[in-house]
Design a protein around this ligand. Sequence first.
Ligand code: B12
Ligand code: SF4
Ligand code: SF4
Length: 384
Amino acid sequence: MSDPRDILRAKAADLGFDVCRFASASEPWTAGERLAHFVEAGRHGDMGWMETTLERRAHPTAMWQGARTAMVLGMNYGSGRDPLPEMEDRSAAYISVYARGDDYHEVIKGRLKTLAGQVAARLGAAHLPSEVKVFVDTAPLMEKPLAQRAGLGWQGKHTNLLSREHGNWLFLGVILTAAEIEADAPEAEHCGSCTACLTACPTNAFPAPFQLDARRCLSYLTIEHAGPWPVEFRAAAGSRIYGCDDCLAVCPWNKFAETAREARLTAREALVSPRLADLAALDDAAFRALFSKSPIKRIGRDRFMRNVLYAIGNSGDAALVDSAMRLLNDPSPLVRGAAVWALSRLLDPDAFEGVRDLRLAGEDDKGVRSEWHHHSPSPAGEGG
Ligand code: B12
Ligand code: SF4
Ligand code: SF4
């Protein structure tokens, strides 16, 4: 019989996966201890699900005792160009490359399920254990160390998995099976003395090479963090309103990256440099319509508008004052508080104090009141 891995690889390629390799899911690893260290140090921030699933997440067999082999899939979502120059237009928003098309969870999960059915049938026909389970992103499984073990690439100093063939723009998906399938060779690390990603990070989110403090990462702050951001990160966000690509985009290994083959992962025109003024005008229904099938819909309109307002505050564009003023009337205190910060950056101190004096009296939310006081050019008394 020919190598079963090649048959399964061919099926994966037919379904649009760019790479498919195999690793042991049962051999021990150090990734679980490193994850525990990450969580103990509080680096997961508000992502409480990392803490509650810590034990299951530590190793594939902690989640599923029967797991023997991981079939690890990669799908390229590269745009074929460096996206960072887009941020030069401060009146436009920057949405990270991974979120400009359809939600990758939906795109990949459907394909993984189809593939898993084919894998199970193939294993069953070969009289091997045919139980399989599929994972993309949301399950308690550490996908990057599994991908490195399978040889898809290596975890770079920015902690993402990159490869010599595909650079940094690769989504991961995993099928675990109870069958023992011969493993592919793991990939070695090829960062060498390069530190480009570490120095490019606008918020200094890497306490050491190969380690990330998610609390400082703009991807975490824009997507996962629910409330107002610590003030120190707001200016550094620039125009990034959903995710961040800086550490990926500066990596020299992108020179080999190709453009995504999967049409559903390619950018929708409306999500490349959308005008901040247009985004600030979205009500809930318009937000849902614009981000239909997009991963951005999942953060909800209020959190999204918070991000848009921080970007407005960083724009230096006086034409956006009206947008921020309008959002001072928003029903969400999160949005109102972010509007205060934006105005504190766009208005001159006298104008800001004038607006504050008018608005503060009618504001009963403690958080928004504290935004008014905190960003006032001169100290303002409570109730002022
Ligand atoms: C939580 C999470 C986040 C968090 C935390 C990110 C992180 N680096 O941990 C936040 C919200 C910040 C995030 C951001 C992003 N994410 Co995310 N995220 C995840 C998720 C759900 C879990 C990752 C995890 O377990 N983190 C915990 C840490 C401890 O794990 P780790 O990074 O593997 O940690 C290793 C290193 O720290 C290292 N280490 C630690 N100490 C030491 C010491 C030494 C000496 C050495 C050598 C190594 C070392 O070993 C650890 C174990 O391998 C995965 C999906 C999944 N289920 O795996 C997606 C995933 C990692 N995310 C993904 C993506 C695309 C992103 C973004 C690029 C999105 C964007 N453009 O905004 C950014 C990238 C930011 C960055 N630089 O990492 C992809 C990455 C694909 C890839 N090719 O790697 C994944 C795999 C989802 C998917 N299925 O495609 N993400
Ligand atoms: S995604 Fe952005 S903020 Fe997060 S570590 Fe990378 S460069 Fe830093
Ligand atoms: S930028 Fe340099 S250090 Fe960072 S992942 Fe790429 S090769 Fe490694």
